[in-house]
Ligand binder design. Sequence first.
Ligand code: GRF
Length: 216
Amino acid sequence: MTAIPVAVLVSGGGTNLQALLEALRRSPVAQVARVIASRPDAGALERAQRAGVSTVVLAHPDDPAEVVTATGDARLVVLAGYMKRIPPAAVARLRWRLINIHPALLPAFGGPGMYGRRVHEAVLASGAMLSGATVHYVDEEYDRGPIIAQWPVPVRRDDTPDRLAARILEVEHRLLPQVVEALVRLGVPERPVRLVASGSAFVVAEQPSVRFGDEG
Ligand code: GRF
């Protein structure tokens, strides 16, 4: 079996990219084939180069054709700390093949302006006892696409935004590679799937069999 090519889009330091590179290095099912940055100074580019993965910096991240072309033959496209909006025409072309990781339990604490430290500040200000990481499909609205998998992280009484961020980031580094491997093993389904943790892996969640009124 040849490994499925995965593209990763980045804007920042790229610790999630690093986790993917390490987890998939010897994977028979998936490999990071290319890394695409929205800016030339993204630290993630260096990580990709060190791993021998080809890189490209987008000249116009808001040009859908350029974004789609950059993803090449990738069957799955992962946003890992990508700070630009994916133009709607590119979202449409990559439908159910484009996923993102967010450092909170969506749909809470997501949406425009909710990134980085701000997410964790908002969680602490709300008094929520639980935060975590979410991997979800990207659609035309920020952080609103169907959820694929989540990993909860309890909020501690003495948490600061930085401490909470650090614990969630550790979880992200485990969640993202597992979801990527699971989706690839499923053949990157053409319809949204929802995964749940089962032992040390993520598996497809059973659909709840709820019937309404006179249906069926
Ligand atoms: C992560 O917290 C991710 O959830 C968010 O951006 C951050 C990226 O961090 N979308 P890194 O560049 O992978 O270190």
